[in-house]
Design a protein around this ligand. Structure first.
Ligand code: ADP
Length: 311
């Protein structure tokens, strides 16, 4: 079973408006509410791939209850640390071809709550064979929190796929116990390294040659419609994908993480791992729902992914 961690989940609300009136009253008829957060997208896609997953993290209040209910409706088992503070709302207003987002930062956790979660995480590690950690940390937790989770996972021999950015990613990469895999995009790489990384092979190779990435077994740099660039076991791969009609690209990175986690957990050969991850990413862009794929299209698109080893 795969454990999918989301430390700061949300109830995502999208409002569809013809016109967004600033400093006026906006009445909304078309409202969509979903359980949000990157790790929850990962859990949803893993479930759609018919693999066992357990969603965990920290949530609270009535919004926390709503998230658990929504997960139940989608047949996703969960075991979250419940806190008294309310989980967050994230609002997307879709208007005139634009998207205006209002993202609450979420509850501030105390040191005790952080420690309580680590205790839960340690218990859950005994039940699972793979862990995905997605997204940012809630306020109140130190940037080395994921590093602590890596140490615990390593002790129990459970590999971790870490999909985060900024300081918490840097801290985890500098740690002696490494994640098995990471999935940055070029923007996250640039931010992490402090210099511009673009989609050219030379630029990507230069980025991944940095000391920070030593000892990471799988580095999957996802590049939207341009597929991905991957370094694994000292070899570099370019992955190209077909042109597809995109309905909603939000959550594609999470769907890629889900595919990657399932394939790595199943110990598939390199080419199959990479083709699976790209296919789940692509399938997500073809659905209206964020972090959602239609598995009946899997084989058709899987066959169109090209993996090429490059020198
Ligand atoms: P992130 O959301 O983390 O930035 P990407 O945008 O790189 O992730 O998307 C992850 C994967 O989803 C890509 O590697 C690709 O397989 C698929 N994907 C994303 N956008 C597109 C697109 N416009 N066309 C085809 N596939 C896409």
């Amino acid at each position: 079973m795969i454990l999918a961690v989301t430390m700061n989940p949300s109830v995502d609300i999208s409002y569809h408006l013809h016109e967004f009136k600033l400093d006026g009253v906006n009445r909304v008829e078309n409202v969509r509410k979903t359980a949000g957060g990157k790790g929850l997208n990962v859990a949803r896609v893993i479930t759609q791939m018919e693999e066992d997953v357990l969603a965990t993290g920290v949530l609270g209040g009535t919004l926390g209850d709503y998230i658990v209910q929504e997960l139940k409706k989608s047949d996703i088992p969960s075991d979250f640390l419940k806190i008294e503070k309310e989980s967050r709302n994230c609002i997307a207003i879709l208007h005139e071809g634009m998207q205006t987002e209002i993202l609450e930062s979420g509850p501030t956790l105390t040191k005790e709550e952080g420690a309580d979660f680590l205790g839960k995480f340690n218990d859950l590690l005994s039940k699972v064979t793979f862990v995905t950690i997605s997204g940012s940390l809630p306020k109140g937790l130190e940037a080395d929190f994921y590093k602590k989770m890596l140490t615990m996972s390593q002790k129990k021999g459970v590999p971790v796929l870490l999909d985060t950015s900024g300081e918490s990613l840097r801290k985890a990469l500098l740690h002696k116990e490494k994640p098995l895999a990471i999935k940055p995009n070029t923007e996250e790489l640039s931010q992490l390294l402090g210099f511009e990384v673009d989609g050219r092979i030379g630029s990507l190779k230069h980025a991944l040659d940095q000391e920070l990435f030593k000892g990471i077994d799988w580095i999957v740099v996802s590049m939207g419609k341009h597929g991905a660039f991957v370094r694994h076991d000292g070899d570099d791969y370019r992955i190209t994908i077909p042109k597809i009609d995109v309905v909603n690209p939000v959550g594609s990175g999470d769907a890629t993480v889900a595919g990657l986690a399932v394939a790595l957990k199943l110990n598939l050969p390199v080419e199959e791992v990479l083709k699976t991850a790209m296919t789940t990413g692509m399938l997500n862009t073809m659905e209206a729902g964020t972090g959602s794929i239609n598995m009946t299209k899997f084989d058709q698109y899987y066959d169109l992914v090209m993996v090429e080893r490059i020198d």
